[in-house]
Ligand binder design. Structure first.
Ligand code: MG
Ligand code: MG
Length: 279
C-alpha cells in the first residue's frame, strides 16, 4: 500500500523501482517508434509496434481502454497537440508527430506502477521552425525537471518550463493541459502546470513522482477537442510539439524514470545531481 499525503501518493523505494521498470519499457518503446517513423507509415502501424513492444516486455499499455481510449499510444500530427488517436493516417515527409506512451509494470504484490513519456518526431525533413519548436519543447521539459529539488514546490517546475519557452521566442504554451503526479495510477494529484510563478503547490519530497510535459505551439495557446472527443488541435492550425518524462527525486538527486540513462547525461549538462540507481 502506498501512503497518500494530502492526495499526493508517496512511493516506497521498491515501488519507485517498479516505476523505473515501467519507465524503461516506455523509453524503449518510444525509441522503437522513433526508429519506425518515416513517410508512408500510418499512425495505426506505430500503435501496433508500440503495443507489441510493451506486451513483449511483460508490461501492459496504460492508455488502452483509459476512459475508453482505443489505442496504446497517442499519435498527434502537426496541428494536433495531444491525444490523437492512431489509425489510417499516413505520415508524410515534412509532418511532425507527437508520440505519447504509457506502460504498467506489476510489483511483487501484483500492484501496477506506471511510466508515461512522450517524444515529438519530425517525419523526414521539416521546416527549420518546426525543428526549433521540437527542440524548445524538449529543452523546456528538461529545464522543468532540473528545477525540481527536495524541499521545493511543484510550480518551481512550471516556472522553469515557462521561462525557457518564453526565452526562445514567441510560442504558445497550453495552459488547459498539464503534467501530473503518477504512480499506482497514470494521472494523480498534483497537476504540474507548464506556466506559473515558482514556490507554490505541494512540496517536492522523496517518493513523489511527476510527469512533466510541456505542450508548445508555433501560434496560439488556444485549443479545441475534435468530434472524436480526444484529439486536441490548435485553434489557429499552427503546429505543436509535446515532450514528456516521468521523474522522481531521491536523497542523492533526480532520477528520470522514463529516460534510458535515467537522465544522467542531460542532468549533468544542467548541473543537476543524478539520483538514480544504476540498472
Ligand atoms: Mg503521456
Ligand atoms: Mg502524461
Amino acid at each position: 500500500m502506498a501512503l497518500f499525503d494530502r492526495g499526493v501518493e508517496i512511493k516506497t523505494p521498491e515501488q519507485i523501482a517498479a516505476m523505473r521498470q515501467a519507465g524503461l519499457v516506455v523509453g524503449r518503446t518510444l525509441e522503437a517508434l522513433r526508429e519506425a517513423v518515416r513517410p508512408g507509415i500510418t499512425t495505426g502501424e506505430l500503435d501496433a509496434i508500440a503495443e507489441d513492444h510493451i506486451r513483449s516486455s511483460g508490461a501492459t499499455p496504460s492508455f488502452l481502454g483509459y476512459h475508453g481510449f482505443p489505442a496504446s499510444i497517442c499519435a498527434s500530427v502537426n496541428d494536433e497537440v495531444v491525444h490523437g488517436i492512431p489509425g489510417d493516417r499516413v505520415l508524410a515527409e515534412g509532418d511532425v508527430v507527437s508520440l505519447d506512451c504509457g506502460a504498467i509494470v506489476a510489483d511483487r504484490t501484483g500492484r501496477g506502477w506506471h511510466g508515461d513519456a512522450a517524444i515529438t518526431v519530425p517525419v523526414g525533413a521539416v521546416p527549420d521552425e518546426v525543428t526549433e519548436l521540437v527542440r524548445v519543447a524538449e529543452e523546456a521539459m528538461w529545464r522543468g525537471i532540473a528545477a525540481a529539488h527536495l524541499g521545493g514546490r511543484v510550480t518551481d517546475i512550471s516556472a522553469a518550463v515557462e521561462r525557457h519557452v518564453r526565452s526562445q521566442g514567441r510560442y504558445g504554451i497550453l495552459e488547459d493541459y498539464t503534467g501530473h503526479g503518477i504512480g499506482s495510477a497514470m494521472h494523480q494529484p498534483p497537476n504540474v502546470p507548464n506556466v506559473g510563478r515558482p514556490g507554490k503547490g505541494p512540496r517536492l519530497v522523496e517518493g513523489l513522482a511527476l510527469a512533466v510535459e510541456p505542450m508548445v505551439t508555433l501560434g496560439t495557446q488556444d485549443v479545441s477537442v475534435l468530434d472524436d472527443d480526444w484529439t486536441v488541435v490548435t485553434d489557429d492550425g499552427r503546429w505543436a510539439a509535446h515532450s514528456e518524462h516521468t521523474f522522481t527525486l531521491t536523497s542523492t538527486g533526480t532520477w528520470v524514470l522514463t529516460a534510458l540513462d535515467g537522465g544522467e547525461a542531460r542532468l549533468r549538462e544542467l548541473g543537476v545531481p543524478f539520483g538514480g540507481v544504476t540498472d
